[in-house]
Design a protein around this ligand. Structure first.
Ligand SMILES: O=C(O)CCC(=O)C(=O)O
Ligand SMILES: [Mn+2]
Length: 202
């Protein structure tokens, strides 16, 4: 928040083969409370099935999606649909602080610590060469982990209400990330990931 006030450029953090921007408390708590309530009550949360090891299973979380372009994510074909105003404003703020443009948002709702996201990369072809993903966290604090493909190095973040974490550079090429299960969390968390889907180039 201080960086906004003084209009300084944000502090990007270099990691081995990657680039992160972490802004804890980027959305002030009171405002984040209102955003959480609005999104919790108004988004079209669905538990979607995905194919895993030849079997159809329900994702261990709920999700919703909006974007200017279709997106093929974990085998799901998400069709284009306009970004609602509640998310468009947040998208603009993520663009302003990161200096990157986004045209879509994938929203995840983790109902309790039992909901999670396994190790993966956000590296679908539609995201281009060096995908930039801005992740905004609301609600319960959860651990978010990175693991380097070659060295096995791990970096853990504790993502709390209002925190922004932008992944850029080669992060999606060399690092997997995950939101592990935990028995310690009993309240919901919403995560918004803003992405830039490249349209079909004919
Ligand atoms: O919930 C999170 O913090 C991460 C979500 C994520 O990695 C994704 O949507 O691809
Ligand atoms: Mn991801």
């Amino acid at each position: 928040m201080m960086q906004d006030l003084f209009n300084q450029s944000p502090q990007w953090m270099e990691i081995d083969d990657g680039l992160l921007l972490w802004q804890p408390g980027y959305i002030p708590a009171k405002e984040a409370d209102v955003i959480f309530e609005t999104l919790f009550n108004t988004l079209n949360w669905q538990q979607l099935p995905v194919w895993m090891f030849g079997k159809q299973v329900n994702q261990p979380r709920l999700m919703d999606w909006y974007g200017d372009e279709p997106y093929c994510y974990t085998g799901l074909e998400l069709s284009a649909k306009p970004i609602p105003s509640s998310l468009a404003e947040l998208k603009m703020r993520c663009e302003n602080v990161s200096g990157f443009r986004f045209n879509s948002v994938l929203a995840n709702l983790y109902r309790t610590g039992e909901d999670y996201m396994g190790w993966h990369k956000d590296n679908e072809a539609e995201l281009g060469e060096q995908p930039v993903v801005a992740s905004l966290s609301l609600g319960a604090t959860r651990k978010f982990s990175f693991k380097h493909d070659i060295t096995g190095k791990k970096i853990d973040f504790s993502l709390s209400h209002g925190d922004l974490l932008v992944m850029a550079g080669k992060t999606q090429q060399y690092w997997k990330h995950a939101l592990p299960k935990t028995k310690r969390v009993h309240s919901p968390r919403i995560n918004l990931t803003f992405r830039n889907i490249k349209g079909k180039v004919d």
